[in-house]
Design a protein. Structure first.
Length: 456
């Protein structure tokens, strides 16, 4: 008689690593995205070692059972959602920082290390790990790698992909492969490391990462500028970037977002503004840089420019920006968070278009944005208990993505495709692009066991 999935898993895993209670496993069924289908997993596995991950994948291949890798499930595209009868492979227990090297300026970590934990650990060595998603206190490095996540500091320091030097990856059949390097330079063969970054767990299971670090910069100072319109704020963004300035952060919150943050946390932000722009510098003389940027903001029509006086005031402004998505969710109880990135020169058209779409569908749509990157997060607020409002939310979400593509942008700057944007990925990259990406998938995962139903 053939042995069951659970029996085979127990051959290489301790009992505490295997969860089968349906009330427990169902809690691992989905991430934080709305409107994304999710199935019921057959089992949740929480490995602690590479060998245990290999055992899971060998078992899955033998029985042809799909495997859905997960981190902290803070994602916003359904990329971590379970499929019926799958093995959910949660990597949160693999949470060791294996090495921090100030000389080589690298950290070697397991995938379950929380982003903020790594940032604080390397800070003790005078080093800095720049990628900082808004969920940095809970999201994991493995999840950041899977979705190629960004954050507030991308305008100066770039996204996760630029800091992943090498990976250890367990393939679908259980083999262990190393990619990349731990050296400052290296161009040996195809860049498979970059291929895995952003692959959403569809090509292999990341079990170790070599990450590049930077020297810790000086404490940044933040400036807040109020504008009478979103277009004026976007004009200031263009002036700042065209002027050659290199802010460590350049973020935008529209009036809807500002009011939502105030309602949630009584932050005292100026609700009379149509758009609030936050600029920061971590240079040796941030006050001088802020003064130059403040002048550009005034030239673009800012009604008030207020530089922070110290680090504490700066952190308060940054906390307001980090609360944006949580605050918008509180408006109606549910949100659809878009992730459209457009050329900076088209940022004003994007925001004005989003406002028109919100009016068309009679919905509250707040926009916060990594303005320096052109990466917008239009957030549709709706009542999930109202079917008509849910329908309008979905339709407005699709129109926002279509607008982004019309403006020469992309459907996702940092959240990934997952389940939510499969149709839109095909529209963006075209049939030949889809064919080639599916061919890559087939080379690494011929039985399509890894995170099936995502991306394509």
């Amino acid at each position: 008689m053939s042995r069951t999935l659970i029996e085979l898993l127990r051959d290489g895993l301790p009992d505490e690593a295997i969860l089968t209670d349906p009330d427990v496993t169902s809690s691992y069924a989905h991430d934080m995205a709305s409107f994304c289908e999710a199935g019921e997993p057959a089992v949740v596995v929480l490995p602690r070692t590479v060998e245990q991950v290999q055992h899971v994948m060998r078992t899955a291949t033998e029985l042809r059972v799909p495997v859905v890798p997960q981190g902290a499930r803070t994602g916003l595209s359904g990329a971590a959602n379970a499929s019926d009868g799958c093995i959910v492979l949660s990597l949160v227990k693999m949470d060791r920082i294996l090495e921090i090297s100030p000389v080589d300026r690298i950290a070697v970590v397991e995938p379950g290390v929380v982003n903020a934990t790594l940032s604080r650990a390397v800070g003790e060595h005078g080093l800095y790990y720049p990628p900082d998603p808004s969920s940095w206190e809970t999201c994991t490095i493995g999840g950041n790698i899977g979705t190629a996540s960004g954050g507030l500091c991308c305008v100066k320091y770039g996204v996760t992909a630029e800091y992943v030097l090498g990976l250890d990856v367990v393939l679908a059949d259980g083999r262990l492969m190393s990619t990349g390097r731990r050296t400052a330079k290296g161009v040996a063969g195809y860049d498979l490391t970059r291929l895995f970054v952003g692959s959403e767990g569809s090509l292999g299971i990341v079990v170790r990462a070599v990450l590049a670090l930077k020297p810790e910069p000086p404490q940044q100072l933040v400036l807040a500028a109020e504008f009478p319109s979103a277009r004026a704020a976007c004009d200031a963004v263009c002036r700042i970037m065209e002027g050659g300035h290199v802010p460590s952060l350049l973020e935008l919150m529209d009036r809807t977002t500002v009011k939502a943050v105030n309602a949630l946390a009584q932050m005292g932000l100026p609700e009379t503004t149509e758009a609030l722009l936050l600029a920061a510098f971590d240079t040796p003389d941030p006050a001088a840089d802020l003064a130059a940027v403040g002048a550009l903001c005034e030239a673009a029509g800012a009604t008030q420019v207020v530089p922070a006086e110290d680090a504490a005031e700066s952190e308060m402004l940054l906390q307001a920006r980090r609360l944006s998505l949580t605050a918008l969710e509180a408006v109606k109880g549910s949100t659809m968070i878009d992730d459209v990135c457009v050329p900076r020169s088209k940022l004003a058209e994007m925001l004005e278009g989003v406002e028109r779409i919100g009016e068309k569908y009679d919905l509250t749509v707040g926009v916060c944005a990594h303005a320096g990157d052109g990466n917008t997060h239009p957030t549709v607020c709706f009542d999930a208990a109202d079917p008509d409002e849910g329908r309008r939310a979905r339709e407005s979400f699709d129109e926002i993505m279509a607008l982004g593509l019309e403006l020469g942008g992309t459907i996702t700057g940092e959240h990934g495709v997952g389940v939510l944007k499969k149709e839109w990925l095909a529209r963006e990259i075209g049939p030949v692009g889809v064919e080639m990406q599916q061919a890559v998938k087939a080379a690494f995962d011929p039985h399509s066991l890894l995170n099936p139903g995502k991306l394509f």
